[in-house]
Design a protein around this ligand. Structure first.
Ligand code: FCB
Length: 452
C-alpha cells in the first residue's frame, strides 16, 4: 500500500475540526535556504565547513547559494502571503549576526533579519524565530570544540539576549534550540551531521550543554523581552518490532534517549534514570545546580514529528510494515502515531501550549507541464492534520501547525536530492513553483478561515 491508496480527506470537514484561532504556517531554517554564505560579513558555520569535506554530503553540494533566500526573501514572503498563512517559522544564522560566535556583532547581518521581519509583518505574517538550527559559528568549533565545551553555553546566552533585545517586540515567539537530539546524536555520535564526530560519550555531553544553554538563554531573554519563549524537540516514538519483552525494553530505552532525555530535564528537572544508568561511563558531567538552570518555565513547546522507529531485542532499527507507505527519505508514514504521541505528552508532562513546529514529507516530485502533481504530499498532510485534530479532541493543547517546508531546500547530508517543499525550487534557475500541495494547503486554510 502507499499513501495514494487512502481516500483524500474532505478539506471542509477537516477545517471544521480546528478551533477558529488555530494558526497555520510553514517552517524553514537559515542554513537550508539563505545562501549568501560568505556575504555581508557573515562568518563560516560548521555546515559551511562540513559541506567542503569530501564524502560528507551525498550530492557533494554546498550551502553557498542554497535557495538564495537572502536575496529573494521578498518573493518568498509574497508566496507565503498568497498561501494565506498566519505565521512563518525561520531561524537566525548565529554566524551571520556574530561571525565568531563571541565579540563583535555584524550589523549587516542584523539588517537582513530586520528587513525580513518588516516584510513579514507588512504581509500580515507572524514571525516565529529559532535561535539555533545547527549552524554553529565555525570559530567556536575551532577554539572550543563547539558544544563539547561548557564555554559555549554563556556565549549562546549572550547571542540569545542580543536577538531578543533587538527583535523581541516583533517576534511572536522565540525557540532556543531546534531538535537538540539531532545536534547531539547526528552531529557527535553517528557523524552524519556537522561536525561529524562519532562518540556516544561526546554526544551525551553535548546534549547536556545544549540543555544548559537552553536554560541560560531562556533566563537571559526573559530579562529583555516579553515575547513567548520555548524550545523545539523532535520526537520519533519508538516501538518494539515484535511484542516481546526484549524488544519492548529496547524501544523503551530509545524513548529514554530520544524523548525523555530532553523532556525530563526541561519539565521535571531530572534526566531519565534508566537512560542515565544505561549510559554508564558515557554519562555526561553534570555540575551542581545545572538541572535547576535547565528547568525553566516555558511559554510553549514545539514538537517536530515525521515518523516512528521500530527496535528489535538488540536495539537494532527494523523497517516498519509501512501500511501507508514510506516517504522519499524511507520514513514510514504513521499519522496515528502522531496522534497517540501528542496525547501521551499532554498526559505525562502537562506541557505548556504546543505548536507542531515541523511535519512534512520528502517526495520524488517532478514538474509535469508546468505543475507539480504531488498527490502523496496532499495525502500525507491531510492524514497528519486529521491525526492532529484527533489528538486535540483527546486533550492535547496544540495552537498551531507549521508544514516543513515552504521550499525544497538543502536537506543536510542528503543535499538537494530530497524535496520537502510545498514550493518546488529549480536549482539551476532558482525559480519557485508552488506544487499541487501548496494549492491544497491554501484552499484548506481558506476553508478554515471562512469559519473564523
Ligand atoms: C528536521 C530538521 C529540518 C529538516 C527536516 C526534514 O529534523 O529540523 O531542518 O531537515 O528534519
Amino acid at each position: 500500500m502507499t499513501l495514494l491508496d487512502f481516500d483524500p480527506i474532505d478539506p471542509a470537514a477537516l477545517a471544521a475540526a480546528f478551533p477558529p484561532d488555530f494558526l497555520w504556517g510553514v517552517a524553514t531554517s537559515a542554513a537550508q535556504i539563505e545562501g549568501a554564505a560568505f556575504e555581508a560579513g557573515k562568518g563560516a558555520s560548521i555546515w559551511d565547513h562540513f559541506c567542503r569535506q569530501p564524502g560528507r554530503i551525498n550530492d557533494a553540494s554546498t550551502i553557498d547559494v542554497a535557495c538564495d533566500h537572502d536575496h529573494r526573501y521578498p518573493e518568498d514572503v509574497a508566496l507565503m502571503r498568497r498561501l494565506g498563512l498566519d505565521c512563518y517559522r525561520f531561524s537566525f544564522a548565529w554566524p551571520r549576526v556574530q561571525p565568531l560566535g563571541q565579540g563583535a556583532w555584524n550589523e549587516p547581518g542584523f539588517a537582513f533579519y530586520d528587513r525580513l521581519l518588516d516584510e513579514l509583518l507588512a504581509a500580515g505574517l507572524q514571525p516565529h524565530a529559532t535561535l539555533y538550527h545547527w549552524d554553529l559559528p565555525q570559530a567556536l568549533d575551532e577554539q572550543f570544540g563547539g558544544w563539547l565545551s561548557r564555554d559555549v553555553v554563556p556565549r549562546f546566552a549572550d547571542y540569545a539576549a542580543e536577538v531578543a533585545r533587538r527583535f523581541g517586540d516583533r517576534l511572536a515567539s522565540v525557540a532556543t534550540h531546534n531538535e537538540p537530539w539531532c545536534t547531539a546524536t547526528l552531529g557527535y555520535e553517528t557523524g552524519q551531521f556537522a561536525p561529524g564526530h562519532k562518540s556516544r560519550a561526546e554526544s551525551l555531553q553535548v546534549a547536556h550543554h545544549l540543555m544548559l544553554s537552553h536554560g541560560e538563554a531562556i533566563q537571559a531573554m526573559r530579562a529583555v523581552t516579553q515575547t513567548r519563549l520555548g524550545i523545539v524537540l523532535n520526537h520519533t516514538p519508538a516501538f518494539p518490532a515484535t511484542p516481546t519483552e526484549a524488544d519492548r525494553r529496547a524501544a523503551r530505552l530509545d524513548d529514554g534517549f530520544n524523548v525523555r532525555w530532553y523532556m525530563d530535564p526541561i519539565f521535571r528537572g531530572a534526566y531519565p534514570a534508566d537512560a542515565l544508568a544505561h549510559a554508564g561511563a558515557d554519562a555526561p558531567r553534570i555540575e551542581a545546580g545545572d538541572l535547576a538552570r535547565i528547568c525553566q518555565p516555558l511559554d510553549f513547546l514545539g514538537i517536530n514529528f515525521y515518523t516512528r522507529s521500530l527496535f528489535d531485542a538488540d536495539g537494532r532499527l527494523v523497517k516498519g510494515p509501512g501500511r501507508r507507505g514510506f516517504t522519499d527519505m524511507g520514513w514510514e508514514v504513521v499519522p496515528e502515531v502522531f496522534a497517540q504521541h501528542l496525547v501521551r505528552l499532554a498526559r505525562e508532562y502537562n506541557p505548556p501550549p504546543m505548536f507542531i513546529t515541523e511535519n512534512g514529507m520528502a517526495n520524488a516530485d517532478r514538474v509535469v507541464d508546468g505543475r507539480v502533481p504531488d498527490r502523496e504530499r496532499i495525502a500525507y498532510l491531510s492524514a497528519h492534520l486529521q491525526a492532529l485534530a484527533t489528538a486535540m479532541q483527546l486533550g492535547a493543547d496544540v495552537r498551531g501547525y507549521f508544514y516543513w517546508s515552504l521550499l525544497d531546500n538543502f536537506e543536510w547530508n542528503s543535499g538537494y536530492d530530497k524535496r520537502f517543499g510545498l514550493v518546488h525550487v529549480d536549482y539551476a534557475t532558482l525559480e519557485r513553483l508552488p506544487k499541487d500541495s501548496a494549492h491544497w494547503y491554501r484552499d484548506f486554510i481558506a476553508q478554515h478561515r471562512a469559519r473564523r
